[in-house]
Design a protein around this ligand. Structure first.
Ligand code: ADP
Length: 512
């Protein structure tokens, strides 16, 4: 009798459980959302207990939607990276889960880079020095909440907490570990220098294990809550970013996954870990023989949302009245203008930026504005600016892995034909939109198949991922963007002092 596999993704807005056939077809799914708490400015916290409940609920409900009792080969996990929970000796949380969105450790990221050995730590650990990094959060916790820091028996992430509650063991997969800033990529152990910088010893962290590790022996209560036999293999899995690469089938040489949802990222898989002498890229583990390098951007679709809400109120209202998606109305307006928006560029740094410049002080701007520019030029320039920004990561990625050929594109932006074609033209590469919806869940489930010997290699995923759209570069547009690209790239490089000055001004500017 055929079996089914389940992928569970513990994300920032929800936990999703997806039940697949062995061939990767979705049978049932369920998602449970939870809140993000911001008790003070910069905070981005979640309640670990609520997330544990969501894991039980999502799996249970997905199983209930299908008639597959007793036929689950494995449950495999994906999780958002960079979370940090301090727990006491009994495993009780002393803090909420401090997520990647939390920016309270910003000053410590700067200090680690300038006064401490930040860059050398990045080169060994693969996690950029940034407030999202658990290493940087530990520095902040030690300085600003010393009581809590010393009371904590252990520091763990959300998936480690969930596994502890299910199995009573403190384990972390190599992939989540590689996104803590504390994990030595070459040795696959906790990095002595990073631990010294954080002021902790190894016994205060979970034990690192391979991403393919299968854990068994659910407590009777947990088995009952999931509705699964206690001996169901639970595959520890990896982080959501690397699993998304696997889930869209971007694991071969020269294949790049680019996602633009609210934020965005570029990622590609290589056979051994590599970091960037200029510190522009991350490197995270997928398996011991697959490593993912790339860069995350803050300014993805959120910038288009800002345009919709701030610059296009009347179009949005009309769209709502006609019952159409405002984004579609806006992209149709942008289509009236030729590639290059007749010499208008937009730098989309509304939320500062991570890769490749890693500068929270960057700010957005239109450049080249002239009397002939109308609103449609501005909308088109914004869409182009978001793609140019992602394209600016490519040189760093290619300096590590060599030439790239094909883009697997995912995220909300891929709903727009215009935006997808823009990506093909700016990148001058074929763009393919895979069919998979929950790519991290599929990636987890496939990693589980490898773990259990049900597939010979991760390449099996290619047969599971279909394509919905393909775009080839248009030679005319490629030539236009190639002329604009040096102008786009030169500006942020030249304006570093002015970005800081305007950010400082904004911080202290009079408000009404
Ligand atoms: P999230 O990252 O929060 O899961 P999505 O992947 O759904 O979000 O992406 C949301 C973004 O996708 C929006 O902010 C918008 O920029 C973009 N988007 C959504 N629908 C469309 C569309 N029809 N055309 C163009 N862009 C769209």
């Amino acid at each position: 009798m055929s079996t089914f596999m389940m992928g569970v993704d513990i994300g920032t807005t929800s936990t999703k459980a997806v039940l697949f056939t062995e061939e990767g077809r979705v049978v049932a799914q369920h998602a449970i959302e939870y809140p993000l708490f911001t008790p003070v400015p910069g905070a981005g916290e979640q309640d670990p207990e609520t997330i544990l409940e969501a894991v039980f609920g999502a799996v249970r409900h997905a199983l209930d939607k299908a008639d597959v009792k007793g036929r689950i080969s494995h449950v495999a996990f994906s999780a958002a990276m960079h979370s940090l929970i301090a727990v006491d000796a009994d495993g009780q949380p002393l803090t909420r889960s401090i997520t990647w969105m939390d920016t309270r450790a910003s000053a410590w990221a700067r200090r680690l880079s300038t006064d401490m050995d930040g860059h050398a730590i990045y080169l060994r650990t693969g996690t950029p020095i940034h407030p999202m990094s658990p290493l940087v959060k530990l520095l902040w916790l030690k300085a600003e909440h010393p009581d809590l820091f010393s009371r904590a028996a252990r520091f763990v992430g959300i998936k480690e907490y969930v596994f502890y509650r299910l199995f009573g063991r403190w384990l972390v997969d190599h992939s989540i570990a590689s996104a803590t800033g504390l994990f030595n990529l070459a040795d696959r152990t906790w990095d002595a220098g990073a631990l010294a910088a954080a002021g902790i010893t190894e016994d205060r962290l979970p034990t690192p294990v391979a991403t393919t590790t299968a854990v068994m022996g659910l407590s009777a209560e947990a088995a009952e809550r999931f509705g699964l036999p206690a001996d169901t293999p639970f595959i520890i899995g990896a982080n959501d970013g690397v699993l998304s690469n696997l889930g869209v089938g971007a694991i071969g040489p020269g294949q790049v996954a680019v996602t633009i949802g609210t934020s965005g990222a570029m990622r590609t898989v290589i056979a051994s870990p590599r970091t960037d002498p200029s510190g522009r890229t991350f490197c995270y583990a997928l398996t011991d023989r697959h490593w993912v390098v790339g860069g995350p951007v803050n300014n993805g679709g959120v910038v288009f949302r800002w345009v919709r809400d701030q610059l296009a109120a009347s179009e949005t209202e009309t769209a709502h009245r006609l019952g159409v998606d405002p984004y579609e109305v806006l992209t149709r307006i942008a289509e009236r203008v030729a590639p290059g928006a007749e010499g208008l560029l937009f730098h989309p740094y509304l939320a500062g930026e991570r890769a490749p410049l890693w500068n929270a002080d960057l700010r957005g701007s239109f450049f080249g504005l002239a009397m002939h520019h109308r609103r449609e030029h501005m909308i088109r320039a914004v869409l182009e600016g978001v793609i140019f920004n992602l394209y600016s990561i490519l040189p760093a990625v290619e300096s590590l892995i060599g030439p790239t050929r094909r883009i697997m594109a995912t995220g909300g932006f891929a709903r727009s034909e215009l935006w997808r074609q823009m990506m093909a033209d700016i990148f001058n590469r074929e763009v393919v939109v895979p069919e998979t919806i929950e790519s991290s869940c599929l990636g987890a489930a496939v990693l589980g198949q490898l773990s259990l010997g049900r597939i010979a290699s991760l390449d099996a995923v290619t047969a599971m991922v279909g394509a919905t759209h393909r775009h080839h570069p248009d030679a005319g547009a490629v030539a236009v963007y190639a002329r604009l690209w040096p102008i786009f790239a030169a500006l942020p490089a030249a304006l570093s002092a002015e970005y800081s000055a305007i950010t400082e001004f904004q911080r202290t500017a009079p408000k009404r």
